[in-house]
Design a protein around this ligand. Structure first.
Ligand code: HEC
Length: 178
């Protein structure tokens, strides 16, 4: 697991993880309020001090628009740009899933496809065939108006446009469990 970025001490990271745990328990208004606090207090959009690794144009060159490829190369792995794995936080191994979302491969498809968002009430995490209306894409792109932080929560680095494009293609294909 990657160490927290400089400027994001461990106690903040723990606070952020606690936030995810609280949000899982009190899903609606409290979650909404905490998501907004979380985005400012936990480094969402902030830039950590210190040098960042030089960006690689293609950090996961063999990524394919299939669920198994995305789960292995995005959800469960970091990349050559220094991005941490989603499953550092989105796992129930030893902690509550951040944002009520488990992205461990065996759970991730059922947790994403046609499942309502915890942080953005009224939104759906992955809408098969419709990447533009899938909250997963909003969180990865940091779309304005999305509640909570851009993902990965401890970014930058975030996913590259090319990586997000492959996830969009998988959703456009109907988000199959392939
Ligand atoms: C450092 C911890 C951390 C990492 C790494 C991380 N997340 Fe998150 N994630 C959170 C927390 C905490 C929340 C809830 C607060 C928020 O939305 O800002 C969240 C919320 C989300 C949500 C919203 C869930 C919902 O139902 O509303 C999605 C989708 C998401 N993350 C996807 C990802 C993906 C995909 C990655 C990897 C590319 C990732 N996250 C990496 C901590 C993390």
């Amino acid at each position: 697991m990657r160490m927290p970025a400089p400027g994001l001490p461990m106690r903040w990271l723990n606070a952020c993880l606690d936030l995810g745990r609280i949000m899982k328990t009190y899903r609606l208004r409290v979650a909404l309020a905490l998501a907004v606090i979380g985005s400012s207090a936990c480094g969402g959009g902030g830039s950590p001090a210190g040098p960042s690794p030089s960006p690689s144009p293609s950090p996961s060159p063999s990524l394919e628009p299939t669920f198994s490829s995305i789960a292995a190369q995005i959800f469960s792995s970091g990349d050559a740009n220094g991005r941490s794995a989603c499953t550092n936080c989105h796992t129930n191994a030893g902690q509550a899933n951040a944002g009520g979302l488990n992205l461990v491969t065996s759970a991730a498809h059922a947790e994403l496809v046609n499942v309502s968002s915890v942080t953005n009430p009224g939104r759906v995490r992955v809408v098969p065939g419709d990447p533009d209306n899938s909250l997963l894409i909003w969180k990865l792109e940091g779309r304005p108006g999305t509640l909570g932080a851009r993902m990965p929560f401890d970014g930058p680095p975030y996913l590259t446009d090319a990586q997000i494009q492959v996830i969009r293609q998988w959703i456009a294909r109907g988000a199959p469990n392939d």
